[in-house]
Design a protein around this ligand. Structure first.
Ligand code: ADP
Length: 263
């Protein structure tokens, strides 16, 4: 009950000297746990009222009985309710991911199938405004949590749509080499200034908050991606040029993969 959390920092000096610093971070650790629990509880409690509001709004709009001056406000209320629902769902998912950073998923996920599914979702969001292509020459099976992996892959693909002007090209690609498997999403969109790149995976960090909100973003997508990767021994890389486009990629080590090329 009285467990303490200690942080150990070891700096070596030459061959036989070392400085060892032990910090008691129990209080910090407990506070962080309280923050996570609080966010998870609030998000969970907000779900039911949101579902009720969304249900009534749908009934009102669908009935065709709403007086004309109400129609615009009703549409806006529905839009904002959808936004709030996404936010609450993302906060809950993030709280769940943050509670454990261990590899736990043992599902076998066929990669090309996942990439195709994510491409369909991106095409649906794009509504034919972008040219979305898939390149998956060598299939594999990824070991992990299917739902979490889908969230990570989908976030990158949906961002490419959200941050690319109409007519843009988007490529979803899966490739493998001796270092492992790589899923990349390349877009010819607005790009990102290099100063922002190190902070993109922070919660609610956005380069342009107005644009993110307008496109339905919650500012939590890349934070979710980061935590999914931590749980799958994966890494994120970002290359971008403002005005030219970006490539976001997820890298998975060989022990997470089974190649299905021969089957
Ligand atoms: P959001 O919900 O705002 O999209 P994310 O965490 O997914 O949140 O992304 C954080 C920020 O990174 C975005 O607000 C946007 O500024 C930037 N970003 C992400 N993906 C891209 C992309 N493909 N092109 C340009 N900017 C991007």
């Amino acid at each position: 009950n009285d467990a303490r959390t200690l942080q150990l920092e070891i700096t070596r000096y030459g061959r036989d000297e070392a400085l060892v610093i032990v910090r008691d971070v129990t209080r910090l650790h407990n506070l962080e746990q309280m923050r996570r629990d609080f966010v998870a509880n609030v998000s969970h409690e907000l779900r039911t009222p949101l579902t009720v509001i969304a249900g009534y709004l749908e009934t009102l709009e669908g009935s065709g009985q709403a007086p004309k001056p109400w129609q615009r406000p009703l549409a806006q209320m529905r839009e904002q309710t959808t936004r709030m629902t996404s936010l609450v769902n993302d906060l809950l998912l993030l709280a769940r991911l943050e509670t454990s950073e261990r590899d736990t998923g043992r599902e076998q996920v066929p990669v090309c199938e996942l990439v195709e599914r994510v491409a369909r979702e991106a095409r649906s969001l794009s509504a034919d405004r972008h040219n979305i292509v898939v390149d998956c020459p060598q299939d594999a099976v990824l070991t992990g949590d299917a739902g979490e992996l889908h969230s990570a892959f989908a976030n990158l693909a949906l961002n490419a749509v959200k941050y690319s002007p109409d007519g843009g090209d988007i490529q979803l690609r899966w490739s493998m080499d001796e270092r492992g498997g790589h899923f990349s999403v390349r877009d010819s969109g607005i790009g990102i200034d290099p100063i922002h790149i190190p902070r993109l995976t922070e919660r609610f960090y956005r380069v342009d908050a107005g644009r993110s909100r307008e496109s339905g973003g919650t500012g939590l997508g890349l934070a979710i991606v980061k935590h999914v990767l931590l749980r799958h021994s994966g890494e994120l890389s970002v290359e971008s040029r403002p005005g030219r486009g970006s490539t976001f990629a997820l890298h998975f080590p060989p022990h997470k993969l089974t190649s299905t090329a021969e089957t």
